[in-house]
Design a protein around this ligand. Structure first.
Ligand code: NDP
Length: 295
């Protein structure tokens, strides 16, 4: 193996330490405690795991955590009412509605009801537009975490060729926009892209956000590329095992023979997402209270 393995877990722990120090400073100097409200609708097991770990980590950094669990037969209006209540609550600086929502709800409507200043997921249309036009915004946590890892590894990204695989509103598009803001030359690819491999062959940076287990093979990559694997896919369990292994969208074994650096799954992008959520909540609280934002 030649690639350096990027330790997202350690990087994220470092961010959480900085967030904790910032929270302590805010409590002491301004008497404010950042608060994050997480809303979970239904019983989706993966979402329950995410919400539990978000709550735990929120408390660990000294912030207030407010968890709201609603049954999956709750009406859309009841959810919208809860969001409005949280919008008006001065103890809540960040609101996250865990996706996906049940089929009878309009996710866009729910997300766009969140006060954009409290939209720590960065999915509100105002924040998406602000990011696109280079204005101060809330940046979606997963792409923000990827960008931090890339900057740490590569320094100045200007002029680099970046290929993003996936064009979702929550990962692919904001990721491409962040890379464009860094002045990379950005290509967004998707399921209808012709000859994905030809694009990847010239990419200094690859961000894979597809949701297809181990799709990207080592021989598709430019030697030395920095590969950020966002995908979280569970394989079928091996005989005798209850759960299958978690893997990314990149075939780690072959890619790490060719790439210069690569994030593992798990332990790469995943922990960065929660760390950035906490950092965004601190940012929202600082903005709300007229305090200097952390760097
Ligand atoms: P979506 O399903 O919304 O988007 C997937 C994208 O991949 C689409 O744009 C789709 O193209 C594209 N795609 C599908 N098949 C191919 C293919 N064969 N070649 C090229 N592109 C393809 O997924 P998300 O963006 O929400 O998530 C992507 C992955 O990241 C998932 O595994 C998810 O679990 C993971 N994830 C991880 C997070 C973390 O914290 N680490 C956070 C969020 C997501 P098209 O648009 O044409 O259909």
């Amino acid at each position: 193996m030649s690639a350096d393995v990027i330790d997202g877990k350690a990087f994220a722990a470092n961010i959480r330490e900085k967030v904790a120090a910032e929270v302590a400073r805010m409590k002491e100097t301004a008497g404010v405690t950042p608060g994050l409200a997480v809303v979970l609708v239904g019983e989706d097991p993966a979402s329950q795991v995410y919400v539990r770990s978000k709550g735990r980590m929120t408390r660990e950094v000294g912030m207030e955590s407010f968890e709201h669990r609603l049954n999956d037969d709750v009406s859309e209006q009841e959810l919208l009412d809860l969001v409005e209540t949280l919008n008006a609550d001065p103890k809540v600086h960040g609101i996250l509605v865990q996706l996906p929502l049940p089929g009878h709800m309009d996710s866009e409507k729910v997300i766009n009801t969140i006060d954009p200043r409290k939209d720590v997921d960065g999915f509100h249309i105002q924040n998406a537009g602000r990011l696109m036009t280079g204005q101060k915004s809330m940046v979606p946590c997963t792409p923000l975490g990827c960008l931090m890892l890339l900057r740490d590894r590569l320094g100045d990204l200007a002029g680099l060729e970046a290929v993003v695989i996936g064009r979702s509103n929550i990962v692919g598009k904001p990721m491409a926009q962040l890379l464009l803001n860094e002045r990379c030359t950005v290509t967004i690819t998707h399921s209808k892209t012709k000859d994905l491999q030809a694009h990847l062959k010239r990419a200094d940076i690859v961000v894979a956000a597809v949701g297809r287990a181990e799709m990207v093979k080592g021989d598709w990559l430019k030697p030395g590329a920095c590969v950020i694997d966002v995908g979280i896919n569970r394989l079928e369990p091996e005989p005798g095992k209850e759960k299958g292994r978690l893997v990314g969208d990149v075939d780690f074994a072959s890619a790490s023979e060719v790439a210069g650096a690569i994030t593992p799954v798990p332990g790469g992008v995943g922990p960065m997402t929660i760390a950035c959520l906490l950092a965004n909540t601190v940012t929202a609280c600082c903005r709300e209270n007229g305090l200097a934002e952390p760097e």
